[in-house]
Design a protein around this ligand. Structure first.
Ligand code: HSE
Length: 300
């Protein structure tokens, strides 16, 4: 069978102040396989196996179609096999992983010839914002800027050694659509400046490894306060992570996961966040994940 398998990392976006701009790839992966087939089909293992669509409405196939359209090619019948490890709708980039997996798998399998930059634009057009798709595609820390044309400028950066991420994943979903609707149309100028300073600071801290400012650098006033009601226990989990020894913590993407940066004490930080959520009546599990310098790549 002619097929290709892409491994795509989970991602954590925003990193506190960098709303729709910053993202980071994590060492947790989905495998997306597309195969040429006489009859189209979808097989899913792992996260979402019981609820994701089994037809052409599947996000991976939609993304494959968009990649083919961008290259002016016709999409043949495809068999999709997905092994999902990234939990759905938790703020860890599951939809971006599906989109990037579909775009890259189609590009490889059908030899569409899209460049990385073109794949990023196709994926961002589907997702609506670039901060998860960029690290899913490129790995590491990515700084994105969406142009008025919709095209994306991106700077992939290497994170200093020694940092990892502890995530506390609540057992309920938050739809990004709803979390974006919760945001105001305008924000106070002083809050915009508050985030602007910290966005610069967090990029500096993560890339230089000078972690003294990381705690302050991950604070946000543009989205987290407006989303707190969707994520009961968020503020308590962030405070508990800091108390337990994390450098910093913030809502991961649009939540409900909270992500904390650690150099050590990962287990304690995870337990502290899970307990903080539990005290607010929310069940959560913790995972200690390495950062991923690699983005999506062909593994078979
Ligand atoms: N920047 C996006 C948001 C990320 O916060 O809505 C969604 O995962």
């Amino acid at each position: 069978m002619i097929q290709v398998t892409i491994q795509v990392p989970a991602t954590t976006a925003n990193l506190g102040p960098g709303y729709d701009c910053l993202g980071l790839a994590l060492g947790l992966h989905n495998d997306v396989t597309l195969a040429l087939a006489d009859e189209a089909g979808v097989e899913i293992e792992g996260e979402g196996a019981f609820c994701l669509p089994r037809d052409g409405t599947h996000l991976v196939l939609g993304a494959a179609q968009a990649a083919a359209d961008a290259a002016g090619e016709r999409l043949p019948p495809l068999l999709l096999r997905q092994v999902n490890r990234i939990p759905l709708a938790r703020g860890l980039g599951s939809s971006s992983a599906a989109i990037v997996g579909g775009v890259m798998a189609a590009n490889e399998l059908l030899m569409l010839g899209l460049t990385t930059r073109e794949m990023l634009d196709v994926a961002t057009a589907i997702e609506g914002h670039p901060d998860n798709v960029a690290p899913a595609l490129l790995g590491g820390l990515t700084v994105c800027c969406t142009l008025e044309s919709g095209s994306v400028l991106v700077e992939p950066l290497e994170v200093a050694h020694g940092l990892s991420c502890v995530v506390a994943i609540p057992d309920h979903e938050v739809a990004t659509r709803d979390a974006r609707r919760a945001l105001p149309q305008t924000v106070p100028h002083k809050d915009a400046v508050f985030n602007l300073c910290r966005t610069g600071l967090i990029v500096a801290a993560l890339t230089t490894g000078n972690l003294a400012n990381l705690g302050e650098a991950m604070r946000d006033r543009l989205h987290q306060p407006y989303r707190a009601h969707l994520v009961p226990g968020m503020e308590e989990a962030i405070a508990a992570a800091l108390e337990a020894g994390a450098h910093s913590a913030a809502l991961s993407g649009s939540g409900p996961t909270v992500a904390a940066f650690v150099s050590d004490a990962g287990e304690e930080v995870g337990a502290a966040m899970v307990n903080a959520f539990r005290r607010e009546g929310v069940k959560a599990v913790a995972q200690h994940l390495p950062l991923s310098p690699h983005g999506a790549r062909v593994i078979a």
